[in-house]
Write a protein that binds this ligand. Structure first.
Ligand SMILES: Cc1cc2nc3c(=O)[nH]c(=O)nc-3n(C[C@H](O)[C@H](O)[C@H](O)COP(=O)(O)OP(=O)(O)OC[C@H]3O[C@@H](n4cnc5c(N)ncnc54)[C@H](O)[C@@H]3O)c2cc1C
Length: 447
């Protein structure tokens, strides 16, 4: 009925303006390999069963696969342990929300049919929907949908049981060769009342779960980790005071709550019952989506929402706008725009994001001299990028509505912390000591 292109609107936002279909198994393998590159590894068959918090440490009891247990003492605990999080439950943090009545299924199949190759195929039908995700390999599709109401309360549903409804709605031409995996599950929408209890943090599904409509869950969890990671690194190394960690919940909880509300509304729309719900799905939603996406502004907005590049922390205590910037310029809290710039007048055009270092603060200086080395006295975590005057740079800066003169102090996660027109040492030093609570080398005390 309609094709909804998402990537075109993202061409100027990111080097990756497309939906990447990557199975969670692949994703976990990639992250596991990266961890091994850093000399660490996942300890499988090891379960957290007990936690005791002291003012300066956490003691965790781990049950190991061979039936024994061992104790680990750590300064901090990041609870990335999913919807049934032990870190959340052992700290007594309420997981407020409710389950949906619908039962989902997911199936890994070899199938041929009228699907458009290499694209997400969405089938909206009178009773619900089916999503076909193209996976690695020939005719390999991961199919997600809700069970027809007649199958909802049955315990013995198999993939064969859902084939008739799939054929009825996604097309009689579907020819299933095999199904290597099938499971059903109820989904919930819940959010933890706190994302932190003293020295324990909740991230990912441990902190928030919602309907998979919108495909935002894992990405939100990864961004939780990216948000907490740099703060925890500064604190553990003694470069920042532990109060910096308060901003994790302050920044990430509003994002999770908003996501829960939007996915809840979207989910209710795609599963709403009665003739009106069926009419909306079969006649209206796809046409409206395609029509709306023909409007450039809506396309850009949709891309920013789905890709999460539109997430901003403008209300965060770590965001401070100084005077002098026009309202349309990037603001404190925003993800700093992706730019391709010449960092030397006679140098090549380079990708700004490649230059950012996610273990350090970056100061971007535009249309004014960069401060001499050491002048800002922020210590080692600062990298200074001065953008020289050049016609190509002017075009790129104008596209991002960045004026001259201006400066942007970026956090290690690429969001703007402090920004303004004229660069002066005093406000930067004050921002670093009051907002980021950075410590000078003399007062460092690793935890
Ligand atoms: C059908 C479906 C499709 C989805 N599609 C998308 C999508 O397209 N895009 C997207 O972004 N998200 C998607 N999601 C959501 C995504 O899968 C989750 O948000 C994501 O997996 C959550 O990751 P996590 O690391 O927080 O939790 P989990 O993946 O649940 O990992 C938690 C880990 O902690 C371990 N654990 C639990 N308790 C303990 C304990 N006591 N001790 C030690 N270890 C423990 C578990 O064994 C597990 O390995 C989808 C979800 C579903 C169900």
């Amino acid at each position: 009925m309609a094709r909804v292109p998402l990537g075109e609107a993202g061409q100027s936002v990111t080097p990756y303006p497309f939906i990447l279909i990557l199975g969670q198994d692949d994703n976990e393998r990639i992250m596991g390999e990266r961890l091994r590159d850093w000399g660490m590894s996942v300890q499988w068959n090891t379960e957290l069963v007990r936690l005791e918090q002291a003012p300066d440490r956490v003691s965790a009891t781990l049950a190991v696969g061979d039936g024994t247990s061992r104790k680990v003492t750590a300064a901090w605990v990041a609870g990335c342990d999913g919807a049934r999080s032990s870190v959340r439950e052992l700290n007594g943090i309420t997981f407020a929300g409710a389950p949906y009545e619908h039962v989902f299924f997911v199936a890994d199949t070899q199938v041929t049919g009228n699907m458009v190759p290499d694209e997400v195929n969405v089938y909206l039908w009178r009773q619900g929907f089916h999503l076909f995700f193209p996976m690695r390999g020939k005719d390999h599709w991961r199919v997600v949908g809700i069970l027809p109401p007649t199958l909802r309360d049955r315990k013995d549903v198999s993939f064969d049981g859902v084939i008739p409804s799939l054929r009825g709605e996604a097309g009689p031409g579907l020819s299933f060769e095999s199904c290597s995996w099938f499971s059903t599950y109820r989904i919930q929408h819940r959010s933890a009342l706190h994302f932190r209890d003293r020295r324990c943090f909740l991230l990912g599904d441990a902190a928030h779960i919602h309907s998979p409509v919108g495909a935002q869950g894992m990405n939100t969890g990864l961004q939780d980790a990216y948000n907490l990671g740099w703060k925890l690194a500064l604190v553990v190394q003694g470069r920042a005071a532990a109060t910096l960690l308060d901003s994790y919940e302050q920044e990430r909880m509003p994002i999770a709550r908003r996501l829960l509300n939007t996915t809840d509304r979207a989910f209710r729309l795609v599963v709403s019952g009665g003739w009106l719900g069926g009419l909306l799905r079969t006649q209206v939603i796809a046409r409206i989506a395609a029509l709306a996406m023909s409007v450039e502004r809506i396309q850009r907005l949709a891309f920013r929402i789905v890709s999460q590049t539109g997430i901003a922390y403008r209300q965060s205590p770590l965001s401070e706008p100084l005077e002098g910037l026009p309202p349309e310029a990037p603001r404190a809290g925003d993800r700093f725009p992706w730019l391709r710039l010449r960092f030397r007048v006679d140098g090549p055009v380079e990708d700004l994001f490649e230059k950012l270092d996610d273990t350090r603060l970056t100061l971007i200086v535009i249309g004014q001299p960069a401060p001499p080395e050491g002048a800002l006295a922020l210590g080692d975590p600062l990298c200074v990028l001065a953008i020289p005057a050049h016609p190509a740079n002017d075009v790129e800066l104008a596209r991002a509505q960045i004026p001259r003169p201006s400066f942007y102090l970026l956090r290690p996660d690429g969001h703007v912390g402090l920004c303004g027109a004229r660069l002066e040492a005093a406000p930067i030093a004050r921002y670093a000591s009051e907002r980021l609570v950075l410590r000078s080398a003399a007062t460092r005390n690793p935890s």
